[in-house]
Design a binder for this molecule. Structure first.
Ligand code: NAD
Ligand code: AKB
Length: 316
C-alpha cells in the first residue's frame, strides 16, 4: 500500500483537533500535517507537524501539498451557521472558494482522497421534520446551508467529471469536550455542560422544546474514518451522506444533566438562532450510510452526558 501523507486544514477547530489526533493514531504522527489560520491547538502541540495555512491562498496551499508529498486532504475550515448570518458574504466566500481550491489541487495532483464535511444545515423548513431522508426537498435558509448544499454538488461534480475521490458526511450538531465549538446553532449543547459545572445555571438561546439531530464527537470521528476507509465501489452517494445518532431538546439534555447535578437550572431566552434551528429537521434517516459503509452510532443521550461530565469534571 502506498504511504499516506495527510493534510488537515482547520485542525485547530472543534472537529480538527480530535480528527488530527485520531488520524495520527492510525497513520503515525509524522504522516498527518495539521494546519490552520489560528495557532496550533495546545492538545496537538508536540504531537506532529503543524503549518500555518490559509485555505484561501491557493498558491501557498498548492506549494504545501507538493512540498509535503500530501496524498489526502481533510478540509474542515468553514464559517458555521450562526456566525455565517453575521457576515454572509465572507461565509459564502470561505466555504465555497476554500472547497474549490482543495478540489482543484486534488485533481491537478491526483490526490488519493479528499474529505469535506457538509451539514444537516442543507435542509430547510420545507424538508421533512422527522427522519429526514437522504434525497428530499432541500431549500436551506442560511448562507451556511446554501454553501454546504452547493459544496455537495461541487464534490459530486469533481468526482464524476475528474474522478476525484471526495467523500462527505452531513454531520448533525457535534458535542465534545476537547476543543470548543466555533459559531454554530447547536453550540448550546456544548455550552450547557460547561455552565452546569461552573455556575449550575445556563441561559439557553433556543426554546426548551427545540429538537435537533446531534452526535457525540467520538461517533463523528469514527463515522469520518469509516467512510474514508470504505471501498470506493460501495459508495453510492457522492454528494454527502446523512448520518444520525441522537435527537434531543434543551429541556431533555438539561434533565439528563440534572441526574448528575440536581440543582442545575436552565432559563430560556431564544435569539436569532431559534429561527435557524426551527428550519432544520428534528431527526435524520441515515439508512443509506448504514447500508453502504455499515454506519452505526454508539452514544445515546445518557451515555454521552455521563462521558462529557466525567471528562470535564470527573463526575461519574
Ligand atoms: P470550527 O469553527 O471549530 O473550526 C474551523 C477551523 O477552521 C478553525 O480552527 C479556523 O481557525 C479554521 N479556519 C477558518 N478559516 C480558515 C482559513 N481561511 N484557512 C485555514 N483555516 C481556517 O469548525 P468545526 O466545528 O470544527 O467544523 C469543521 C467542519 O465541519 C466545517 O466544515 C463545518 O461546517 C462542519 N460541521 C461541523 C459541525 C459541528 O457541529 N461542529 C456540524 C456540521 C458540520
Ligand atoms: C451549526 O450549528 O452550524 C453546526 C452544524 C449543524 O452544521 N453545528
Amino acid at each position: 500500500m502506498a504511504k499516506e501523507k495527510i493534510l488537515v486544514i482547520g485542525a485547530s477547530g472543534q472537529i480538527g483537533v480530535e480528527l488530527t489526533q485520531a488520524l495520527r493514531e492510525i497513520y503515525g504522527n509524522s504522516n498527518v500535517v495539521a494546519s490552520d489560520l489560528r495557532e496550533e491547538n495546545e492538545l496537538l502541540r508536540g504531537t506532529g507537524p503543524y503549518v500555518s495555512l490559509d485555505v484561501m491562498n491557493k498558491e501557498m496551499l498548492h506549494v504545501q501539498v507538493i512540498r509535503q508529498n500530501i496524498t489526502q486532504i481533510y478540509l474542515l475550515a468553514a464559517i458555521l451557521s450562526a456566525t455565517g448570518e453575521k457576515n454572509p458574504g465572507l461565509a459564502w466566500h470561505l466555504n465555497m472558494q476554500g472547497l474549490l481550491n482543495v478540489l482543484d489541487i486534488a485533481r491537478e495532483e491526483k490526490l488519493q482522497k479528499v474529505y469535506w464535511p457538509s451539514s444537516i444545515a442543507v435542509f430547510g423548513p420545507t424538508s421533512p421534520k422527522l427522519n429526514c431522508p437522504q434525497q428530499t426537498i432541500i431549500e436551506p435558509i442560511t448562507v451556511y446551508g446554501i454553501s454546504k448544499y452547493a459544496g455537495e454538488f461541487w464534490c459530486n461534480y469533481f468526482h464524476r467529471r475528474f474522478a476525484v475521490d471526495v467523500r462527505s458526511i452531513r454531520y448533525p450538531g457535534l458535542i465534545s469536550y476537547k476543543s470548543s465549538p466555533g459559531g454554530g446553532t447547536t453550540d448550546y449543547a456544548v455550552e450547557i455542560f460547561y455552565e452546569a459545572l461552573e455556575s449550575k445555571k445556563y441561559k439557553c438561546f433556543l426554546k426548551a422544546d427545540t429538537y435537533l439531530p446531534m452526535m457525540y464527537m467520538p461517533d463523528a470521528i469514527r463515522a469520518t474514518i469509516e467512510l474514508m476507509e470504505a471501498p470506493a465501489d460501495k459508495l453510492t452517494i457522492r454528494t454527502s451522506y446523512n448520518v444520525s445518532a441522537i435527537s434531543f431538546s434543551p429541556s431533555e439534555i438539561s434533565n439528563e444533566i440534572k441526574k448528575h447535578i440536581p440543582d442545575f437550572e436552565v432559563q430560556y431566552s431564544p435569539d436569532y438562532r431559534q429561527t435557524i434551528a426551527e428550519s432544520w429537521p428534528q431527526s435524520i434517516d441515515d439508512s443509506i450510510a448504514r447500508t453502504d459503509w455499515g454506519w452505526k452510532p454508539e452514544f445515546d443521550l445518557e451515555k454521552m452526558t455521563r462521558d462529557m461530565l466525567r471528562n470535564l469534571d470527573g463526575i461519574s
